[in-house]
Design a protein around this ligand. Structure first.
Ligand code: ADP
Ligand code: ZN
Length: 337
């Protein structure tokens, strides 16, 4: 067990890296804790939930909605969960987002923690305190920023993770490397995805490094006024095409990062565009898509992060160094075509 307390502006979080799930009973009291997981994780890891009160939600992004919140809250009431209880989300980003949100509103807020079970949730979704739900086509439209008490990482859960979900997680790992850490980028170039799926110790170290990298950015700017925006690299275009074209989050942001790299070549003199695209492809991620430019620009125009008639776009200056640049929406036509 490797415990590290990380202090954010609003609260501090205990990170338990490389820690067995069994340790959870020393972190929270099983008689006053309710685990929340999804059906897939439950089916594959049922034995680990023995002895815990557990609520199981349907898997997938479609669950990240108010109706699931209502159902879970009714179950909490039936289980007589009071303010002395904690919730622990055991699952991917959908489960951690839902759990953090429910724990933030149930009885005006009870403590919560996370056991992320996907690469994406381990390096990204579980970290930073953003919890929330989707409303119709609008992703993360309703939510809170509230930190979990703890995050426990046990990569034993990754033994059952489908190939596609590894690629999704690697999209965020490559993003972190591209915006903030050139040496991680080179390390990812030295070893392909198969290496990390086979060598669990190295995967665990890479995941820990990425989790700390994200935590360090959030520590400096929890409310996303400046630095934290860099984590949106690839996400502006990514979110605009994700649901519209039925792409996974990793695929969508990979296409977004590739496009942002090309735009960077024109606006910042970035020289690493081909290098970034090669790395994305090596990790089984797409770097282009025949999306409808006009439709995408319409969606971008309604983006919640828009600033007047410009979009604050994240560009690369070099591998490991990102910058924010306002780009007028009218200019997007030429960059996207
Ligand atoms: P993400 O973590 O990518 O944000 P989800 O929470 O939707 O998104 O998880 C992605 C998918 O992986 C879901 O279908 C979920 O049920 C499944 N999943 C989560 N963890 C595991 C695991 N350890 N093994 C197998 N499938 C998992
Ligand atoms: Zn993302």
């Amino acid at each position: 067990m490797n415990k590290k307390n990380i202090r954010f502006a609003s609260a501090s979080v205990d990170f338990y890296f490389g820690t067995s799930f069994g340790t959870l009973k020393q972190i929270v009291d099983p008689s006053r804790t309710i685990l929340i997981t999804d059906q897939n994780v439950w089916d594959l890891h049922q034995k680990r939930f023995r002895g815990w009160k557990t609520i199981v939600v349907p898997p997938g992004e479609a669950s990240k909605v108010q109706a699931t919140v209502d159902t879970v809250i009714n179950q909490l009431i039936q289980m007589a969960a009071d303010r002395t209880y904690s919730l622990v989300g055991v699952g991917g980003g959908v489960v951690t987002d839902l759990t953090g949100y429910i724990a933030s509103v149930y009885m005006r807020g009870i403590p919560f923690g996370f056991v992320p079970t996907t690469v994406l949730a381990l390096v990204d979704a579980s970290i930073g305190g953003k919890n929330g739900i989707d409303v119709g086509a609008y992703k993360n439209m309703v939510g809170v920023i509230r930190q979990p008490r703890f995050i426990l990482q046990d990569i034993i859960f990754l033994n059952t993770l489908p190939q596609k979900e590894w690629a999704n997680g690697f999209a965020e790992i490559i993003k972190h490397a591209a915006i903030a850490n050139a040496s991680v980028f080179r390390y990812l170039e030295e070893h392909g995805p198969a290496y990390f799926q086979k060598h669990k110790k190295e995967a665990c170290a890479l995941i820990q490094k990425n989790a700390l990298l994200k935590a360090a950015i959030v520590q400096k700017d929890e409310e996303e006024r400046s630095l934290r925006k860099l984590l949106n690299f690839g996400h502006t275009l990514g979110h605009a095409i994700e649901n519209a074209y039925g792409l996974s989050h990793g695929e969508a942001i990979s296409i977004g990062m590739a496009k942002a790299a090309d735009i960077s070549s024109q606006l910042t003199g970035f020289k690493g565009s081909s290098r970034l695209k090669e790395l994305l492809q090596r990790y089984h991620l797409p770097v282009s898509h025949s999306f409808n430019t006009d439709a995408v620009i319409r969606i971008l125009s309604a983006d919640k992060k828009k600033d007047g008639n410009a979009i604050n776009y994240i560009l690369l200056e070099k591998i490991g160094k990102a910058v924010i640049r306002p780009i007028p929406i009218v200019d997007f036509q030429k960059y996207l075509s």
